[in-house]
Design a protein around this ligand. Structure first.
Ligand SMILES: *Cc1c(COP(=O)(O)O)cnc(C)c1O
Length: 457
């Protein structure tokens, strides 16, 4: 007890640490005082509870404060290096943006803009005009609008139907992840869900029999994204559904999820639904995300018949879901890159990563291996692996890739933690007690960060 009281008395005053040289460079004012107080409070508690029996010197305490201040000064939302090989990872912010999109954001963010102003007439205008023509041009739709994400786009489309029955196949009543469940969104729109067919098979006659004049508001088709059924399965083609809908003068709505704007078959990417194909098949309202395969900012894009888009633009919910100007700027710049599919694949990071050839990836992995080898003493090998598109696109199809596996003489778990906790967090995977980095999702510019972090092991 005597020793504890003695130690408590010897704890330095806040003022004694305030002018410590280590700290003066890091912070000042209340942030500094608060940091020092917290460290001294911790020390006081540790002494009282018997965890400390000799007083740390002032330098040691200052270092503790410095660690706290560095932590405090670091932004919570920060950039990371994605070595998982998952191109569209919702937890990691989905699509990284093209330089053109970043420049557009900066221009519009720094100054005033014509967000809702017509320069030609000097009058009020709509924010949709900036992207509508671009989208109709790329999809063949009559009209288009954008809201803040695809979940909002689906809700708005269903709300435009005005509280009627919506017919959906049982096989499409899925949960996409992040709590987007088709039945729940449908309920929120005030519509009633009418399930047809079975989990594995739904036929055209199932839809037809369920339609009731005046009660049925729309047919809904949902892309099941990260959920796959195979074997004894069947569903009508889009144009068959569109035909039924048109016959009964109701719209066919399609939630395409990760809608693609160009066909990537010539880059070896198959089976990804293209928005223009849905419009061509006769879908009345298509919705898809801006930050999945499209490779733009978070946004929900709606394309389709002018009559329905006009209704959605005028709906009170549209105001609550409206896209912000920075996303709009980034989206417009990204859409402009789609005028030439080659340009899109070259300049839009998601498409570039998706279409990267196995040969190029192998070369990239060799390059990373060589950079890492300069720190010496570690076992580094290049191994074949599989990347994933993510974002609900091509859930099962792995893309052949090259991975750099690192063994730094500590456990893979410890190494994973070491990379994750660096100044720029680096995320990878663990396989067979090796820490693995898939080069597909890593920018060559970032190799030096990985090398210097490995040196710090
Ligand atoms: C991803 C997805 C959504 C949700 O889109 P957000 O842009 O994340 O709101 C809705 N439907 C489908 C089919 C999806 O794949």
């Amino acid at each position: 007890m005597h020793n504890i009281n003695n130690l408590l008395r010897q704890i330095p005053k806040v003022d004694e640490l305030l002018f410590h040289t280590t700290l003066a460079l890091l912070a000042s004012g209340t942030v500094l005082t608060q940091g020092i107080r917290e460290v001294l409070d911790d020390l006081r508690r540790d002494i009282k509870e018997g965890r400390v029996d000799t007083l740390p010197c002032c330098d040691a305490l200052a270092e503790k404060v410095a660690v706290r201040l560095r932590e405090f000064n670091r932004p919570n939302l920060q950039r990371m290096i994605n070595g998982t090989g998952i191109i569209l990872h919702t937890n990691l912010g989905r699509a990284p943006l093209a330089t053109e999109a970043l420049n557009a954001i900066e221009d519009v963010a720094r100054d005033y803009s014509n967000l809702e102003y017509c320069i030609k007439n000097g009058e009020r205008s709509s924010r949709h005009v900036h992207i509508e023509k671009l989208i109709t041009h790329l999809t063949g739709a009559e009209a288009a609008m954008v809201v803040n994400n695809n979940a909002a786009a689906v809700l708005l489309a269903l709300s435009a139907v005005e509280q009627k029955d919506i017919i959906v196949s049982r096989g499409e009543l899925v949960e996409i992840g992040g709590s987007f469940r088709v039945p729940d969104v449908l309920a929120q729109s005030g519509c009633r869900l009418v399930e047809v067919g079975t989990t594995n098979k739904t036929h055209t006659y199932d839809y037809e029999r369920a339609i009731e004049p005046d009660l049925t508001g729309a047919l809904l088709r949902v892309h099941t994204s990260n959920f796959i059924m195979s074997g004894f399965v069947a569903k009508p083609g889009l144009s068959e559904l569109a035909y039924i809908a048109a016959n009964h003068s109701i719209p066919l709505i399609e939630d395409l999820g990760s809608g693609c704007l160009v066909n990537l078959a010539r880059y070896g990417i198959h089976g990804q639904p293209v928005v223009a194909d849905s419009i061509k098949a006769g879908v009345d309202i298509v919705t898809f995300s801006g930050d999945k395969l499209l490779g733009g900012p978070q946004a929900g894009i709606v394309a389709g018949r002018a009559k329905w888009i006009a209704k959605m633009k005028a709906h009170p919910l549209a105001r609550a879901m409206r896209i912000d100007k920075l996303c709009l700027a980034a989206l417009e710049a990204t859409l402009r890159l789609y005028h030439e599919p080659e340009t899109a694949v070259e300049k839009i990071p998601t498409l570039r990563m998706l279409c990267e050839s196995p040969g190029m990836l192998l070369e990239k992995a060799q390059m990373l291996k060589e950079q890492l080898a300069t720190s010496g003493g570690h076992k580094i090998i290049v191994v074949a692996g599989a990347s994933l598109a993510g974002g609900g696109a091509m859930p099962e199809e792995g893309l052949a890739t090259a991975t750099v596996a690192i063994n730094a003489g500590i456990s893979a778990r410890a190494l994973e933690l070491h990379f994750r906790m660096g100044a720029v967090p680096i995320i990878g995977r663990i396989s067979r007690d090796m820490f693995m980095l898939d080069v597909r999702t890593i920018d060559v510019e970032d190799f030096r960060h990985i090398a210097s972090r490995l040196q710090e092991v």
